[in-house]
Every structure is written in C-alpha cells, then in structure tokens.
Design a protein around this ligand. Structure first.
Ligand SMILES: [Zn+2]
Length: 727
C-alpha cells in the first residue's frame, strides 16, 4: 500500500501502487456545488459522462454500470482544470489567510479530479487494456505538472506558511493543527522554498519521473505475455495437481495455443510452480523467465531503473538532501536511512545463519533423493517442500483442501472481524461492479448502523496487475460527510470451471492482510480527507494489515473456517498442529529474500546526485555483496527490473517499511494475546487508538496509547522463528 505520489491536498489520488500487498492513500474531495457549476461544458458533459457528477448511489459508490473507458480522460482533464481554478482563487484571496479560507478550502478542492482519479487508478490495476494504458501515459505528466502547479505556487505557500507560523494562536484543535503542519511540510518537501530556477528543474524532474515510472509499469504489463512459459506435453508438468494442469491447459487455450500448457510468471522472483514441478529443466526455464524479465528487448527496464535512481538523487539534492533515501525517510517513523540500516544489520547474522541451515537441509535432501547437483534457486522450493514433508509431513495440496475460498472469506475473515470489531458484512448484489468477479458488501457496525461499503476483487485474471492491494473509491471524512468505499484486490487463481477455489495458506494470510488495510479505511473517523484512513506514514501503514495476518492461524479462528471442501469435516487436529509447527519453516529464506530486496532499494536510493548512470546488473550484485546477503540460491524477492514497489509504486526507499511495520504488528498481536485474544474489548482498543485516527496523531503516540508502551523487536523475532534459531 502506498501514499499517493501527489500530495493528498491536491486531490489526485493516484493509487497505482504496491503493497506486495499494497494499499494506497490520501485524498481530497470538494464542494459539489462548486464543481457542478464550474463551466457550462461540464454541465453538459455531466449528462453523458457519469464521472462529472457525484454518484447518487449509496456512499457515492461509483456507477460502474455507466462509466465507460472514454469517460476517464475528459473527467480527469476537466478535474485538473476545475481544481486549478479553485486553487488560484484560494491563492489570490485578498483577505488574510485563515484556516478556513486556505486549508479547509484546499481540502474541499479537486472534488472531480479526486473522484475520477480514484476510479481510474483502480481500473488501471484491475481491468487494464491498451486504451486505459494510453490514457495513463497521457495523464501521468499532466498530473505531475498539476501537482507542481499547486505545490510550487508562491502565493499559496505564503498563506500556508503564515498559518503554520501562527498555528499555536489560531485556536485550532489537535487534528486541525496537525493538518496545518502536514500541509506546510508537504509544500516545503515539494520545493516551495526553492528559487524559481530550482523550481523549474524540479518540475522537469517530476514530469520525467512520472513518465518513467509509468513506462516501467507498462513494460511489466506488456512483458507478462512474452515471458509466460509454454509446455507441449502434460508429462513435463509432472508434480502439478490435475486441477493445476487443467488450468494450465485452459490458460493456453485462452491465449490461442490450444493443446499446450501455460505457466504464467507471477510478480516475485520465486514462482509458485517451482515448489512442485519435478522437471528440473522446466524449473530452470521458469525461474530464468522470472529472474531475467525486463532485461532485454522492447520491455527492457534497465535504462529506466538507472535514470530513475539518478533523477531521484538529483531531486533530493535540489531540496537539500544527500540522497533520495534521506529525503524519503524524513517524515516516517524510522526517520533516517541509518535507523533502517541498523535494523537490518542487527538481523542479517541470524537470518544468514538460519538460511544456511535451511540450505544444508535442502542439499542433503537433494542427495537423499539420488541427485548430486549443487542447490540452485530453481531447486530451493521443490526440495524445501520435500524437507517440509519429511519434517512436518505436511502436504501443501492436502492443506489447501481445507481452505475453500468462500469459507475462508466468510467463516474465517469476516468471522474474525465480527469477533474483534462487532461488524457484519452483507452482500449487495444490487450495486454495480466493474467486473463479474467483483462482489460488493455493505458493512454494519456492532449496533447495526451502516458504516461503509467494501468491494472484494479476489481472483486473478488478464488485465490485472500482480500482487494484492487495498484502495479506496471514497475516503472517509466528516468535512464532506463521506463514508468509506474500499476495495481489496488479489490474484488468487480461480478453481477450474464448476469447481470450488482452493486457496493456498499464503493467500489465506494475504486475504487477512488486505482486509487489515480495509478496516484501516473502513473505521477511519477523522474530519479532514487528507488525514483519513491509510494516509499514514509508510512504515506505519503495513502495521494494521500485518497485525491481521496472524489471526488466520489463531486456534479460535482456524477451527471455524478450515473445513474440508468436499466433506465439510473440520481440519484434523493433527494436521492443524503440523501447520502451526511448520509456520517457522523456511523463514530464513523468506526473510532473506525480503531483506535483500529492501537493501537493494536502500542502496539505489543512497546514490548521490553526482553518481553516473549505473550498470543495473553490476550495481545489484555489488549491493547484495556489500551487505553479505549475496547467497546464490536465495535471490532478492524482486530484482530491479521488476521491483514495481520501488520503481513504479510509491515505495522508493520504503520497501523496508514492511519489516518496520511487522515489528509493531508482532508486538501488538502478542500483547492482544496476553489480554485474552479474540475478543471485542481488544478489537475496540485497536480500532479506537490505531484504526480510527488515520494520520491525525503521531504514530508512536498512537501506538503507546494502544499498547501502553513502545514496541520491542522480541515478538517479531519469535514470530519469524529467528530468536531461538529456526527449527
Ligand atoms: Zn499491505
């Protein structure tokens, strides 16, 4: 999940990002009256373009049955125009600046742009096509310029600064004061204090960055088809289940290659099929298709990566920072790159030690099963699965039979949320959706009152970006009386036609994770749109989501939903015990591949502005070596050419945030277990102190209010099985 690239104040909530697991955030909205009378053209257009007017559906839910692809660009362009007019009015006001005529007025500006961009940038990730991609390409530089036109307006900044300087005397409440500070810092960080000459340079860099990140993302989309691996015979797929083979055949047929089988490449370096495919050559082929993607041809992302790293360093230098990482980390909980590097450095020895132990066990298994080759990355998961079976006698395919999608959703996830927060979910088939796979729900609070809408878009399909994320169609705020309309998106492979969908345990926890972001949006209870829901610091935003993951395995929860998809029998106690026990398995690998990617991200963004363009492959190898995480068999979870979080999402110099947030999540979860576990009282405390406040309070203060003290790393190390050594 991410905060929008463009500051929330300006309304353009670009939500195209990441959370391997992402969410998004930040918003603005505006006075409806203003927009609808803006220009005669807009009034006319409103008749045929549903985005031009506020939706009349419950909670302003998008009218997906009326919105057509040709509506986006005119709405976005008109939205930019309208907001710019509003901003110029605010900036040109001859009255002295007040909180209302400046800050609140900005909060209300950009209603149309906000509405249209929220819908549009959700569609770019979920139902993309060449037309949508074309609009994205055209709008990216225009939105970047629009953002600069606001953030670099000297009259506007002067008003914000005068309020900031006198904020203690304005009689503002705590939330309003924080909003003033947030605006001021955002303007300064965007370059408001620079000379005109420097501002011109910043503008050029911003436009270039927005074009490059957009090209990077579109290359990733475009290469998806090119890098898919096709197999001619069923025999080569030995190891996959019948259902997986059927899906591979259906997938190939859908691509016009009837008679063949397709293995699609998912977005991480490691690929799901590698855990079960017996054919080593095919494993190697799939792994190479994954790890080498974006390194050649028309979709070569290397030049983009090199230039992005350079231009971010240039941008940071203009703003007075040594590098992009220092700039990015300033407003976070971590605050400095050093704090992040210290966190990782303190963990590297234990992680490497555990990973090496895992590698030894795998190498021994390779021998035991009659081979003598040296462990390679495409072997890891295949033999790890054998070690897992030998050690825990746990068969992933057998486990999956107890995780039928509908049960996981209703009896697992919604059940947990009911026990913790008292909420109930009611299907709303009457609300329009943007794809037949999407379901809409209305969310009711414990007292029966309606509080929000939730859209569920769980299944993989063409045109959907990889990964999983949460974002909002409408963000909560009292200023404009708006209730949250939130969506979760995932890529769970659908079961074959007519069969139920069986979910991997990984995907089960991801469902809980994403719903953790969802409740952060759904329970938001603030006045100002800019501070709503998930619009928090990036190393805090993954805390509520990661906190929810562990409930999937909580005895009171798993017993309620893990039932055999055919017989309905509860998961046997013995199998359940094995799943619990095996949770720390392979944690060395999992942690190391994550840390390698995070360190790579930090290194790219530690480059000074005068560094030359880097050779991507060489830079990667050296960065990993420098931190002692260059194990051949354990490559980074993402390499630079497909690290969308960092090079097209909002996570540059921020991928570390998952682990930072996990420290909070593990500490919080352990605390809640000590307080009685799955019960309303605990959920209420979490909701009141963490989820409802958005960014209206300092995150560490909020945490202490919930927990009674600052977090420690103990629970994280135990959670990952690293404290006492793995296994
Ligand atoms: Zn997340």
């Amino acid at each position: 999940m991410r905060k929008t690239l463009i500051a929330s104040a300006i309304g353009a909530a670009i939500t195209l990002s990441a959370c391997s697991k992402p969410a998004e955030e930040a918003t603005t909205t505006a006075a409806v009256e203003q927009t609808q009378t803006a220009t005669p053209a807009a009034e006319q257009g409103a008749v045929s373009n549903p985005l031009l007017a506020k939706s009349t559906l419950q909670y302003e839910a998008p009218a997906f049955d009326q919105i057509k692809v040709e509506h986006y660009q005119p709405a976005l362009e008109e939205g930019i125009k309208q907001q710019m007019a509003e901003i110029l009015t605010i900036a040109g006001n001859t009255e002295p600046a007040t909180f209302d005529n400046t800050i609140v007025a900005m909060e209300k500006s950009g209603e149309l742009l906000n509405r249209a961009s929220r819908v549009f940038y959700n569609m770019t990730g979920t139902i993309s096509n060449p037309t949508i991609q074309q609009i994205q390409s055209e709008m990216a530089p225009k939105l970047a310029a629009h953002s600069d036109n606001i953030n670099l307006n000297p009259q506007l900044f002067a008003r914000v600064k005068s309020l900031y300087d006198t904020r203690a005397t304005l009689g503002l409440d705590a939330e309003a004061t924080r909003l003033v500070e947030d605006y001021y810092e955002r303007f300064v960080r965007a370059g408001a204090n620079l000379t005109e000459e420097q501002k011109t340079k910043i503008r050029a860099l911003n436009e270039e960055q927005s074009t490059l990140t957009n090209n990077y993302q579109q290359n990733l989309m475009a290469m998806k088809d090119q890098i898919a691996v096709y197999v001619d015979t069923k025999e080569e797929l030995a190891g996959l289940s019948e259902a997986e083979i059927t899906a591979a055949a259906e997938g190939a047929k859908a691509k016009g290659k009837e008679g063949k089988f397709i293995i699609e490449i998912t977005n991480t370096t490691r690929q799901p099929a590698l855990a079960s495919l017996e054919n080593r050559e095919l494993r190697k082929k799939i792994w190479e298709a994954s790890a080498n993607r974006g390194t050649s041809g028309e979709t070569d992302n290397q030049p983009i990566v090199a230039r992005l790293a350079q231009l971010r360093a240039e941008r940071a230098a203009l703003l007075g920072y040594n590098n992009w990482a220092t700039y990015q980390l300033e407003p976070t909980m971590a605050k400095t790159p050093k704090a992040v590097m210290d966190m990782f450095a303190s963990m590297v020895p234990a992680v490497i030690e555990n990973t090496k132990k895992e590698a030894e066990a795998i190498q021994a298994m390779i021998k035991e099963t009659g081979s003598d080759f040296e462990l390679q990355p495409w072997d890891w998961e295949f033999y790890a699965e054998k070690v897992r079976k030998a050690k825990y006698d746990l068969d992933e395919a057998q486990v999956r039979e107890y995780f039928e999608f509908e049960r996981v959703l209703t009896d697992g996830m919604f059940y947990t949320m009911n026990k913790l927060f008292g909420i109930t979910m009611k299907e709303r088939p009457d609300l329009p959706v943007y794809h037949p796979d999407v379901k809409a729900y209305e969310v009711f609070d414990g007292d029966g009152s309606s509080i929000a809408l939730f859209y569920a878009d769980y299944f993989a399909r063409d045109g959907k970006r990889g990964g999983a994320w949460m974002s909002s169609f409408v963000a909560q705020n009292k200023l404009l009386n708006q209730k949250p309309v939130v969506v979760n998106v995932m890529n769970i492979p659908k079961g074959p036609a007519g069969e139920p969908t069986l979910v991997s345990y990984d995907n089960v926890t991801t469902m809980f994770h994403e719903f953790g972001h969802a409740v952060h949006g759904l329970f938001s209870d603030v006045t100002y749109p800019t501070l709503a829901g998930t619009a928090v610091s990036r190393d805090f935003v993954e805390f509520p989501s990661t906190f929810q993951e562990d409930w999937a395995a909580h005895p009171d929860v798993i017993g309620n939903y893990a039932k055999h998809y055919k017989t309905g029998e509860a998961i046997p106690a013995e199998l359940l015990a094995k799943i619990m026990k095996s949770r720390s398995f392979n944690q060395g690998f999992d942690t190391l591949e994550y840390m390698s990617a995070a360190l790579l991200d930090m290194e790219w963004h530690a480059l000074p502005a005068d560094a030359p363009l880097q050779d991507v492959q060489k830079f990667e190898a050296e960065a990993l070596k420098k931190h002692g995480v260059d194990l051949i068999a354990v490559p980074p979870r993402y390499k630079s050419t497909y690290f969308a979080h960092v090079f097209s999402g909002g996570y540059s110099a921020s991928y570390y945030a998952y682990m930072w947030s996990e420290i909070l999540a593990a500490d919080a979860y352990a605390h809640v277990q000590n307080q009685g576990g799955l019960k309303l009282e605990n959920g209420i405390n979490f909701r009141k102190n963490i989820l409802s406040i958005g960014n209206s309070k300092d995150p560490m203060e909020a945490y202490k209010a919930f927990r009674g003290q600052e977090p420690t790393t103990d629970a994280l190390l135990i959670r990952r099985g690293l404290k006492t050594g793995i296994n």
